[in-house]
Design a protein around this ligand. Structure first.
Ligand SMILES: NCc1[nH]cc(CCC(=O)O)c1CC(=O)O
Ligand SMILES: [Zn+2]
Ligand SMILES: [Zn+2]
Length: 331
């Protein structure tokens, strides 16, 4: 029997659970998880979202019941999405920075209830505009960049004033990172609020359940003139570099699983920045659906997907699996 050559034998290095864990450059921890939550303007709401199993729209009065047990289990951060059901939408997204609106009320409530919880806010107009697009439009329906960036900066500043630790623009308007950073600095929030840019956000088919949850589908057209084309690697690299240059503190890639190469590019282009990725609603729904169909075990697949993101280079994951990971990471 011919014995294997020394250089052929790898299995000795990972025969034990502990030695397997040493093979990871980065291991999933609770601090890496940011939980996306939907806050609606009915203060007593707790409404399940059918397309996002296990997720719901919550009213501010229900936040303690919702978030309290998760903080007990080690939840470190959330990202808030506003879902206005009653507020009158208009072309400028006026309800986005209403001081009585659900996002601003939720920031204040969560800051008061959980002083150690890190509170990020998604910043976009699509949930608040009558046309459902993420910016301000010209008469022909195209994006009007300058007023869009200015309006996004105004909304971000309002969330920072309310106490958000982080503002995260997901709109993909040109120039918004610079505009937000300027607004934060000029109003005394330069050193008090993190700017996390959805830098490489693609025009993906995976946002369906979110648009359903947030009521933010565009009333006409699509988002292909501002979200990146899925086949565009070069544009993603340029967007990442631009946002670094415009003052982003954290870079994000979204969606995550079909864009692991972009995560890897971002880690190379912005090695000195934290790197986030968003396991979006459709990715979550796919993982859950596959488990329900018996294709794989849910927990095993949830870890495998998120570990692939860490392997590609991200340091922070926005995921709807956060509550389950808080349990799984304790087991
Ligand atoms: N700007 C809106 C926004 N912010 C986050 C998501 C997607 C999040 C998810 O699917 O989980 C979207 C949807 C979109 O751009 O259409
Ligand atoms: Zn939007
Ligand atoms: Zn958004």
């Amino acid at each position: 029997m011919a014995s294997l050559d020394i250089s052929s034998v790898l299995q000795g290095g990972y025969q034990h659970p502990l030695s397997r864990s040493w093979q990871a450059k980065r291991t999933l921890t609770k601090g890496m998880l940011m939980y996306p939550i939907f806050i609606t303007d009915d203060p007593d709401a707790h409404v399940e979202i059918p397309s996002l199993p296990g997720q719901a729209r919550w009213g501010v009065n229900k936040l303690e019941e919702f978030i309290g047990p998760l903080v007990q289990k080690g939840l470190k951060s959330v990202i808030l999405f506003g879902v206005p059901l009653k507020a009158p939408k208009d072309p400028k997204g006026t309800p986005a920075d209403d001081v009585e609106g659900p996002v601003i009320l939720a920031i204040k409530k969560l800051r008061a209830l959980y002083p150690d919880l890190y509170i990020a806010t998604d910043v976009c107009l699509c949930e608040y505009t009558s046309h459902g697009h993420c910016g301000i439009l010209n008469e022909d329906g195209s994006i009007n960049s300058a007023p869009s960036a200015a309006r996004i900066a105004e909304v971000a500043l309002a969330y920072a004033r309310a106490g958000a630790h982080c503002v995260a623009p997901s709109d993909m308007m040109d120039g918004r990172i610079k505009a937000i950073k300027r607004a934060l600095i000029d109003n005394g929030f330069g050193n008090r609020c993190t700017l996390m840019s959805y830098s490489a956000k693609f025009a993906s088919a995976l946002y369906g359940p979110f648009r359903d949850a947030a009521g933010s589908a565009p009333s006409f057209g699509n988002r292909k003139c501002y979200q990146l084309p899925p086949q565009a690697k070069g544009l993603a690299r340029r967007a990442i570099q631009r946002d670094v240059n415009e003052g982003a503190d954290i870079i994000m890639v979204k969606p995550a699983l079909p864009y692991l190469d972009v995560i890897q590019d971002a880690a190379e282009l912005a090695p000195d920045h934290p790197l986030a990725c968003y396991q979006v609603s459709g990715e979550y729904a796919m993982v859950v659906a596959g488990a329900r169909a018996g294709v794989y075990d849910l927990r095993t697949m949830a870890f495998e997907t998120c570990e692939s993101m860490l392997r590609a280079g991200c340091t922070l994951i926005l995921t709807y699996f956060t509550p389950q990971f808080l349990d799984w990471l304790d087991e």
